[in-house]
Design a protein around this ligand. Structure first.
Ligand code: GLV
Ligand code: MG
Length: 325
């Protein structure tokens, strides 16, 4: 290990994160009763300009009056380039700061953006004597944000997670996208002709680089990497495939832009019973190996070593977190 220790963000369960427009308060109660881990009430892109003020009021009222159970509650504020953002922070934190766990900052471009929001939130928390420190979730969804993702990840002690905002990222990078979070058949490899002259088209994942880059920046700073939206909520298989790709790269969760996606995210982002059993067996086998003075042993015909312990511990910890939820 490096001499540099990585401080981990609070261990919040974040397998699924449901987006609810602040302008649709009739959706709040149902969301509160769902199985989602985190809810973000949106003031940004799902809310039309002339509804922003009312949405803010709805969110403040909803945070204060609804029983959200043990869900983590977040509010997505407007971007720092708008004139809505300061009042989003001031009004929501001043009037509903006690129930707010997180602030989601969209289109973060530089570390200074994070600093600015931190300064504002810190002043309000101090002035109001709020006990709980509000955390930050940042959406990496512009070319600038991706370029500066490491500095953004390290910019505040409040930082908890980085989210891949694939829709805006596509707009910002001018990627040729078809549906939000989906893949494009043009991003594919054509195999060389086989003996009979036939060729195969192998689809690729056009988001791989961006997501992997964000995961590294998040983990190097002790933050949770979270995959963003998948727009076609009728396509459950497509959603699951996207969630699995994200999970394989190290993401801990994925957005749900429709309630039907919550269960899918929770399923993909939770370790299976077989994985948990295997993790326990690895820990037991390694404990025995250590007692026998060995650093590596074989389990089920495969090598395991101290790295296997770390992976197994992460898994067991996650399972405990889910069980205790
Ligand atoms: C989310 O905000 C996105 O742009 O994908
Ligand atoms: Mg966006």
């Amino acid at each position: 290990m490096s001499f540099h220790t990585i401080e981990q963000a609070p261990g919040r369960l974040n397998r699924s994160e449901l987006a609810i427009p602040g302008s649709q308060p009739q959706m709040f109660e149902k969301a509160a009763k769902s199985d989602v881990d985190v809810i973000f009430l949106d003031l940004e892109d799902a809310v039309a300009p002339d509804e922003k003020e009312q949405a803010r009021k709805n969110i403040i009222e909803g945070l204060n009056d609804i029983d959200w159970g043990n869900k983590s509650m977040s509010v997505r504020i407007n971007g720092l380039d708008t004139h809505y953002m300061y009042r989003d922070v001031v009004d929501v934190v001043e009037q509903a700061g006690e129930r707010l766990d997180l602030i989601m900052v969209p289109k973060v471009g530089t570390a200074a953006d994070v600093y600015a929001v931190d300064m504002l939130v810190t002043q309000i928390e101090d002035a109001k004597g709020l006990k709980k420190r509000i955390g930050f979730e940042h959406i990496i969804e512009t070319a600038l944000g991706m370029q500066n993702v490491s500095e953004i990840a390290a910019a505040s002690k409040r930082n908890e997670s980085l989210h891949f905002g694939v829709a805006d990222y596509a707009a910002s990078t001018r990627a040729r996208t078809t549906i939000i979070g989906g893949v494009n058949p043009d991003y594919s490899v054509l195999t060389d002709p086989a003996a009979d002259g036939s060729r195969e088209v192998h689809w690729g994942d056009m988001w791989h680089y961006a997501l992997a880059r964000m995961v590294v920046a998040a983990r190097a700073n002790g933050l949770r990497p979270i995959d963003g939206p998948f727009g076609d909520f009728q396509d459950q298989e497509g959603y699951k495939a996207a969630a699995k790709r994200a999970a394989v790269l190290g993401c801990e969760g994925k957005w749900a832009i429709h309630p039907s996606q919550i269960e899918l995210a929770n399923e993909v982002m939770s370790p299976s019973d077989a994985e948990i059993t295997k993790a326990h067996r690895i820990l037991e086998a390694m404990a025995e190996a250590e007692a026998a003075g060995k650093g590596a042993v074989s389990l089920d015909g495969r090598l395991i070593d101290y790295a296997s312990i770390r992976q197994a511990e992460v898994l067991v910890e996650k399972a405990k977190q889910i069980a205790g939820n």
